[in-house]
Design a protein around this ligand. Sequence first.
Ligand code: FAD
Length: 222
Amino acid sequence: MAEHIVKILESQYINPTVKRFVVQKPAGYTFTPGQATDVSINLPEWKEQKRKFAFTSLNRWEHLEFIIRIYRERDGVTEMLGKINAGDELIIGEPYGAIEYKGPGVFIAGGTGITPFIAILRELYKNGQIGNNKLIVSERTSKDLILDNELQNMLGNNYIKTFTREGVIGFIDRHINEDFLLKNISDFGQRFYVCGPESFVKNISNMLIELGAKPDSLVIDK
Ligand SMILES: Cc1cc2nc3c(=O)[nH]c(=O)nc-3n(C[C@H](O)[C@H](O)[C@H](O)COP(=O)(O)OP(=O)(O)OC[C@H]3O[C@@H](n4cnc5c(N)ncnc54)[C@H](O)[C@@H]3O)c2cc1C
């Protein structure tokens, strides 16, 4: 598989745990919104350590963008990504699979599972096709939300947030359950996009099917 060395042009934390990277785009490099690629850091001891990240930029942008949660406690690639900045280099592979827009529906994201949806929703918004698409985001706390303002602006009332560990009066800490889905989704005959940790995707998919969704109406990264 072809690999490309790309320079980081810009990087900054957009919340306490998430860092945005703008990187060079190789000539002729294209992808479908929702796709991801293998990324490693171009340093001798790191270049073989590949991790998957979704593109949050659009094809028509001059550069690529990745939005990455930094796990400082894990001693892994993202901890190192937390330390590198503009001028450092990444190695990226070819774009591949993952999630693709197949028509209007409800997007349900757990944590950084939002990233492929960001590209899809940005593309729809740019093309005036955001329509009645709905986004449900489950995050640990409100401080961990990714691109909250932009998503609010794009989706208005069709942007729903829920927190598992907010721990603040006025917020209900909860994991998405069937009651929550029933309250926030009126039609289980529509299409659903689900992305997040494996257990999140499995649990949400099972609940949706239990509530009447057809298995082939679920778009997930298998
Ligand atoms: C298709 C796809 C697209 C993705 N896109 C994005 C994206 O756009 N943005 C983004 O931020 N993430 C994304 N991810 C997730 C991302 O790939 C992982 O967060 C990343 O690989 C973590 O790398 P790491 O080296 O820091 O940690 P890891 O290699 O996962 O972990 C390092 C060490 O920490 C320990 N560890 C692992 N998991 C846990 C855990 N849950 N709790 C505690 N300790 C643990 C293990 O001992 C492990 O050896 C995507 C994943 C997939 C599959």
